[in-house]
Write a protein that binds this ligand. Structure first.
Ligand code: NAG
Ligand code: NAG
Ligand code: NAG
Length: 411
């Protein structure tokens, strides 16, 4: 993990979800992942606390230490951080437009504080009524909601983030999100959706819809979502054929994750604006010449935990800006061709493959000036190659010996 921290372009961290398990002892986080995605988490993030946290750590490796933090939605005890966040959001706030009744309303059982309405872990089977119209963050996670109805979010035009994580939602009314004209973040992971909800608000910037039952993404699903930046849709039973041509049309995404799905190849029709693409834990067997042609802007490509045996010579040449390449836990028998020509490549994870030979020119170009940034992470452990047979000059364009993880091959 250390290697991930060394990239100079680190700009921010996102969490895929901060889940609280309120009913069982001390709350714990699951699924917290450092994700550095430029522009992916703009300043007005509910993760601002984490952003501040990591901003103070960069570039120290300490950021990989076990992460201690309260759930973002647990603001009750933590006035300081919250105030900071709300101040950040004060700009453009429509608070005055909704002076609200003298007696503040709050749905029964929920906690309403500083425009955050927290209704998690209440066993709710429907979205509660009486949500104050000035609400910015609405937390409905860990309930038993089965359906979003047409008027569930009526009047919530100030809502900025909505968490529906870990419910039982399988049905969303086509106009359920219509009132949410300013919603930027929608957290819909761990539900029973079989398709991406229709008519998402055009203000949406981030959609997390991990661990649902989505098999199909039809053409035009994301039409009109020109501000969308990040989509996390892993752990859905998505095959390549599940994406209709044009499924992603209109999107200028920075970040896309379709990990833990059923892909057998790199989808060819994803947005060409992507800086970061994560396709790990799928069933991809090969990278063919044209597969990556479209993704010229990629900085990071995650293909770990697939069954890749072959990467066609020339396919990596389509990724001139790549900085990190993750190919660990595949079935490669050679270091993929083309690495020496990748001027900016800094991280190449190749551990746990079937690489039995490493050539002296597998990583580094022949001329020194050709590489603009040296590697700061190469991993080759858990391959059937004897490290004493690899010539030291193989790593002549690596910043530091410590950047090479070799280890012993263990069968
Ligand atoms: C909460 O914890 C219990 C037992 O530890 C577990 O069965 C349940 O799945 C957890 N729920 C969530 C939302 O993590
Ligand atoms: C890959 O292709 C280039 C140019 O087409 C060629 O020079 C090189 O030898 C090839 N490498 C491998 C490993 O086939
Ligand atoms: C590993 O590579 C060798 C050839 O180098 C091949 O004979 C063997 O079948 C490969 N093993 C796997 C699991 O792919």
């Amino acid at each position: 993990m250390l290697l991930w921290t060394l990239d100079a372009v680190v700009c921010c961290a996102a969490v895929t979800a901060v889940l609280r398990n309120a009913s069982h002892g001390p709350q714990k986080e699951t699924e917290v992942k450092p994700i550095r995605c430029k522009g992916c988490c703009p300043a007005m993030s509910p993760h601002l606390l984490l952003l501040l946290f990591c901003a103070t750590l960069i570039p120290t490796p300490a950021w990989t230490l076990p992460f201690e933090q309260k759930g973002f939605w647990d603001f009750d005890g933590d006035g300081g951080g919250l105030t900071m966040m709300m101040r950040d959001e004060e700009e453009g706030s429509a608070f005055e437009e909704f002076p609200g009744p003298e007696v503040p309303v709050c749905p029964f059982g929920c906690q309403c504080h500083l425009r955050i309405v927290q209704c998690s872990d209440l066993g709710l089977t429907a979205v509660p009524k009486n949500i104050p119209p000035d609400t910015k963050l609405l937390d409905l996670q860990n309930n038993k909601i089965t359906e979003l109805k047409e008027n569930d979010f009526k009047g919530l035009s100030n809502l900025y983030a909505l968490s529906l994580v870990n419910n039982k939602i399988s049905k969303v009314h086509p106009r359920a999100f219509t009132p949410l004209r300013n919603m930027q973040k929608l957290y819909f992971s761990r539900n029973f959706l079989t398709e991406v909800p229709k008519n998402l608000p055009s203000s949406l910037v981030e959609l997390r819809i991990h661990d649902n039952r989505i098999r199909k993404v039809v053409e035009g699903t994301f039409a009109g979502l020109g501000r969308m930046n990040c989509i996390e849709m892993g752990e859905n039973p998505l095959q390549n054929s599940g994406f209709e041509p044009g499924a992603f049309k209109g999107l200028k995404l920075n970040y896309l994750r379709i990990s833990e799905a059923k892909l057998t190849g790199v989808p060819k029709d994803l947005p060409d604006s992507l800086h970061e693409l994560h396709l790990d834990h799928n069933q991809i067997q090969a990278i063919e010449l044209e597969d990556l042609k479209r993704y010229k802007n990629l900085n990071r490509l995650g293909l770990g935990y697939n069954q890749i045996r072959m990467i066609e010579n020339g396919s990596l040449a389509f990724l001139p800006n790549l900085r990190e390449l993750h190919l660990e836990n595949n079935r490669l028998s050679r270091v993929p061709a083309g690495l020496p020509n990748m001027k900016y490549l800094q991280v190449a994870y190749l551990h746990s493959n079937n690489i039995s030979r490493v050539g002296i020119n597998d990583f580094c170009p022949l001329g020194f000036g050709m590489k603009r940034t040296f590697y700061n992470g190469i991993s080759l452990f858990a391959n059937p190659v004897n490290y004493w047979e690899v010539q030291p000059a193989t790593f002549r364009c690596v910043s530091d010996r410590l950047a090479i993880q070799f280890g012993n091959y263990k069968k």
